[in-house]
Write a protein that binds this ligand. Structure first.
Ligand code: HEM
Length: 427
């Protein structure tokens, strides 16, 4: 390597691995599902509209459903199976956590595309440990005043309107701003972040080459940001990752960019979905809104229940080798669609699993995952959701669905409202 720190970051993580073979290519299958037990697809509109009904039915009649789509995969819907898989990193790999027609080559291990979520043990432990200090409860609390001020500014902009889109005009902007600030990215790049999120999480049924081309756009942006940080050093997560060391060496460039990609994507869509789903629930359940207005101290408990009932995140795993597991024959590189939302609605695990009980006392939900990959940003997410709802309820205590039929939900592994028109009366 020559003298300039810029030389370390010359290409995106996918570009600089020309030596690697492309992952398995599969036939792309779209279209209506014939039987959810044998042909499931989380990309179909029926799933987006109501995945709970489908998963509740499967839990009864076929607790580990299968599909031939995406080159083959399995969908467990019982809490105990989801938990067993999440904890079993020996048999189920996190080499890719987005179920698509593209399986990254095994040589991408141990870092994977977006460490630590794409890393298996033992490397996972070290990659995760690096990031922990930035996401402790006290580190995150430093973001609270600016998050609160930002939420107020979003509501200030509603002045004079009686219908607003709580997903597009409110929920989505909050995590974008918070993570842009933490990574030191320009605040006005929000629309680009949205494109990156959609490309990563919703463009999964594209041909692998096109999917890689879209991912390359994200990594080109990240490399641009890294060079900007090298030219204009400042204290933030990007600088931290550029300077961080593992085993006595600076991180590999693809580790730096991959971790930045993870924080950007994991930070935005998830929290946007959780804030949106909570507001959707409150808009159609005035009794719960009234209770939270009367008892603001109940909000943290209610948020845990919203996270349980409307868990936004489903992850994936890849089966490591052919095996018989819980009575089904899994093949190496079959997908597992690891539905934390289905686990959270298993009546064997939760009383009144299909109801939203905002004062539920015991609530060991799996919305933030289970096992070694449990969400690293959970304190940040909880702070953002709490502040977003506190500010909304204080400023807009009366609101309802303007048009229930106009509410739309994202498809794919992150579930949340994408259009949420609400009729509001402001304070
Ligand atoms: C309501 C919001 C959120 C939910 C529901 C959520 C959910 C999850 C889940 C289920 C996992 C486990 C993944 C797996 O098992 O493969 C996870 C991992 C992770 N999340 Fe979150 N997340 C949220 C917000 C955030 C935020 C705001 C950040 C940070 C900016 C973040 C960063 C991460 C990271 C870095 C991991 C990987 C941890 C590891 O592999 O050790 N998440 N998240």
């Amino acid at each position: 390597m020559t003298g300039s720190p810029h030389d370390r970051f010359t290409a995106g993580p996918l570009d600089d691995r020309d030596d690697l073979p492309l992952g398995t290519r599969n036939e792309i299958i779209t279209g209506p599902v014939s039987d959810w037990a044998t042909d499931f697809s989380h990309l179909e509109p029926q799933w987006a509209a109501d995945c709970y009904e489908i998963q509740d039915d499967l839990r009864q009649r076929c607790p580990i459903a299968r599909t031939g789509r995406f080159g083959g995969g399995w969908l467990p819907t019982r809490y105990e199976d989801v938990s067993a898989i999440a904890y079993d990193t020996e048999r189920f790999s996190s080499r890719s956590i987005i179920m698509s027609n593209f399986r990254p080559p095994r040589e991408i291990a141990p870092i994977g595309g977006s460490p630590p979520i794409s890393s298996d043990p033992p490397f996972h432990h070290d990659a995760r440990k690096l990031l922990l200090p930035a996401f402790t409860k006290s580190a995150v609390s430093k973001q609270e005043p600016t998050t609160r001020a930002f939420c107020h500014s979003l509501i200030d902009a509603f002045a004079g309107r009686d219908v607003v889109d709580a997903a597009a005009d409110y929920a989505q902007h909050i995590p974008m701003r918070v993570i842009a600030d933490m990574l030191g990215f320009p605040q006005q790049d929000g629309p680009r972040f949205r494109e990156f999120v959609e490309n990563t999480l919703e463009g999964v049924n594209l041909p692998p080459d096109e999917r890689i081309a879209r991912m390359t756009k994200l990594f080109d942006y990240l490399i641009e940001q890294i060079h900007d940080h090298l030219d204009n050093p400042r204290e933030d997560l990007t600088t931290f990752l550029i300077d961080a060391e593992l085993y006595g060496n600076k991180l590999e460039p693809r580790h730096v960019a991959g971790a930045m990609a993870l924080l950007l994507i994991a930070g935005i869509d998830t929290t946007w979905s959780a804030i949106g789903a909570s507001l959707w629930h409150l808009a159609k359940t005035p009794a719960d809104t009234g209770r939270l207005l009367a008892e603001p101290g109940l909000l943290p408990t209610a948020i845990e229940e919203f996270l349980r009932a409307y868990a936004p995140v489903t992850m994936a795993r890849l089966v490591r080798q052919d095996m018989r597991w819980q009575g089904v024959d899994m093949k190496a590189d079959d997908w597992i669609l690891l539905s934390f939302p289905a686990a959270n609605r298993d009546p064997a695990q939760f009383d009144r699993a299909d109801q939203v009980v905002i004062d539920r006392e015991v609530n060991r939900h799996a919305a933030f995952g289970l096992g070694i990959h449990r969400c690293l940003g959970s304190h940040l997410a909880r702070m953002e959701i709490r502040v977003a709802l506190e500010v909304w309820l204080a400023r807009i205590p009366a609101f309802s669905l303007a048009d229930p039929a106009a509410v739309t939900w994202s498809t794919g592994q992150i579930r949340g409202p994408r259009a949420l028109p609400l009729r509001i009366a402001q304070h």
